[in-house]
Design a protein around this ligand. Structure first.
Ligand SMILES: Nc1nc2c(ncn2[C@@H]2O[C@H](COP(=O)(O)OP(=O)(O)OP(=O)(O)O)[C@@H](O)[C@H]2O)c(=O)[nH]1
Length: 325
């Protein structure tokens, strides 16, 4: 089969229109489907093993499928770890896997199962994988905070939208309900830390905070730096009590992290993410709880909904948002 150059260029244009990881990945999959009509195509994720090696996360069905990866797993693993294309054409269907590499790390693997795998198909797949790889680098760079390596504000909205869409309408009592949570926090009197110890020391404090945060929160909790000393957490579904306990542990561990003459304390506002709530309203709620903490002594955590029920702050500002849902 030969391919029309114009159609290929169109696909590259389409692939590079995307500015978000999920849509970029979906676009690569649909491009591969369009051009080589595979039986299956997947973009596999990778994780780091305890000894620092990249491991491809293989879904069960890929391993156990008839003609699946199980028989040739050693060869697949070897090729990918050597950053080479894995190609198995002896079997029907054939399989090909192309590692996607960023900063010398394997971050994803394009895996395709196809009835007949020609050289032309391999070249085309490799070309699309390279376009995806280059663009993935740009997308990740755009969504990453330079100092801390956390996600930045730009990455936040899409992730919050996903959380509020997948958050289930549940009727359990407060104490048993598993919800996503949004937390905003900033360092107390960070300006005076900068003024006393210098800006570079202030940067070290920000990096220490991220180290402690990564230790306390799980991979499912997403962490963002909005700018300056302001951070946001999108915490995966859990009860209010457990989320509060986790946030308190974070604040305590950060406080104990510096055994010198400096004590870093945080003020934090939290709010529950209910289905369909909009980013602006949620941010305002968490921000209002944070503001309350700042105005009332700093160095603690407050939950917006609790402040409202205790009539310490007013819900009025959000009535419009709530009526929509
Ligand atoms: N070291 C360092 N400082 C930064 C950075 N970005 C912003 N800042 C400083 O962070 C400080 C933030 O101060 P504010 O949040 O306004 O106030 P604060 O002193 O933390 O006081 P409260 O928030 O009211 O407790 C300012 O002095 C900024 O100049 C950065 O990347 N590194």
């Amino acid at each position: 089969m030969s391919f029309d150059m114009e159609v290929i260029l169109d696909s590259v244009v389409h692939l590079t229109e995307h500015r978000q990881l999920d849509s970029l990945t979906a676009s690569l999959i649909s491009t591969v489907r369009q051009f080589i009509a595979p039986i299956d195509v997947q973009i596999l994720d990778t994780s780091l093993s305890d000894d620092g090696r990249e491991e491809v996360i293989l879904p069960e069905h890929l391993l156990n499928d008839a003609g699946g990866l199980k028989q040739s797993l050693a060869c697949f693993t070897h090729c990918v770890s050597m950053r080479q294309i894995y190609c198995c054409r002896d079997t029907i269907p054939a399989q090909v896997a192309i590692p996607i590499i960023l900063n010398n790390c394997i971050v994803k693997v394009l895996w395709v199962k196809i009835t007949y795998l020609s050289d032309q198909n391999i070249n085309l797949l490799n070309g699309f994988a390279k376009v995806y790889e280059n663009f993935l680098g740009i997308v990740i760079e755009c969504e990453t905070d330079v100092l801390t390596g956390l996600l930045n504000r730009k990455a936040f909205e899409a992730r919050l939208k996903l959380a509020s869409e997948t958050s289930h309408k549940n009727t359990e009592l407060d104490s048993q309900r598993l919800s996503y949570w949004l937390c905003i926090f900033d360092i107390d009197k960070f300006k005076s830390i900068n003024d006393t110890f210098g800006h570079l020391y202030g940067d070290e404090i920000l990096l220490d905070l991220v180290t402690v945060m990564r230790n306390v929160f799980s991979e499912n909790d997403e962490m963002f730096r909005f700018g300056g000393d302001e951070f946001v957490l999108l915490i995966a579904p859990d009860t209010k009590q457990r989320v509060r306990a986790k946030c308190e542990r974070f604040c305590n561990e950060l406080c104990e992290f510096h055994d010198d003459n400096i004590q870093v304390t945080l003020s934090m506002g939290m709010t529950e993410i209910l289905p369909g709530e909009q980013a602006s309203g949620l941010l305002e709620k968490a921000d209002q709880a944070l503001y309350y903490v700042k105005e009332n002594g700093r160095n603690r955590i407050e939950i917006f909904e609790e402040l409202v029920s205790q009539q310490l702050i007013s819900l009025k500002k959000f009535e419009d948002d709530i009526e929509i849902f």
